[in-house]
Design a protein around this ligand. Structure first.
Ligand code: MN
Length: 148
């Protein structure tokens, strides 16, 4: 069982995420107003944070950056869930400090798999890599690069 904080302003998504996480034996807690998300995270001490990106007041990107600067939350894995689809958004979200990115409408299977990977301390495969038809997982050794 893991404690998972959800930051999401859409009530239907909150219900969906909470139901999914509870069905996998986890303990979800939701915050609808991102202005309170940092305090809620400090208090709840989650094993994982799932945040929407399109949030009023404090955007998900901003929240990710704030968490990464927070002494207590800097190492907590973050999974971003977003309806963004523009090229480069996944990179921006990862650069801000999120380990994973799942686009809406979510695939229930991908959502659950990504949660479990993050809780195990693994970095899930990029969503865009799967979509491009590139082989999943193992990157072939690049003969041009030096070892190390
Ligand atoms: Mn939203």
């Amino acid at each position: 069982m893991a404690k998972i904080l959800i930051v999401e302003d859409n009530a239907l998504n909150i219900k969906l995420f909470c139901d999914l996480l509870a069905a996998h034996g986890h303990q979800p807690e939701a915050v609808t107003d991102s202005r309170f998300a940092l305090d809620a995270a400090r208090e709840f001490s989650p094993d994982l944070v799932i945040t929407d990106i399109q949030l009023p007041h404090v955007s998900g990107l901003e929240l990710i950056r704030l968490m990464r600067e927070d002494e207590k939350l800097a190492d907590v894995p973050i999974m971003a869930v977003t309806a963004y689809s523009a090229r480069g958004d996944e990179e921006r979200i990862r650069e801000a400090g999120a380990q994973a990115y799942v686009s809406k409408p979510i695939s229930v299977v991908r959502f659950a798999e990504t949660v479990e990977q993050l809780l195990k301390g693994n970095e899930p495969a990029k969503e865009s890599a799967g979509a491009s038809g590139a082989p999943e997982g193992g990157r072939e050794a690049d003969p041009g690069s030096s070892p190390g």
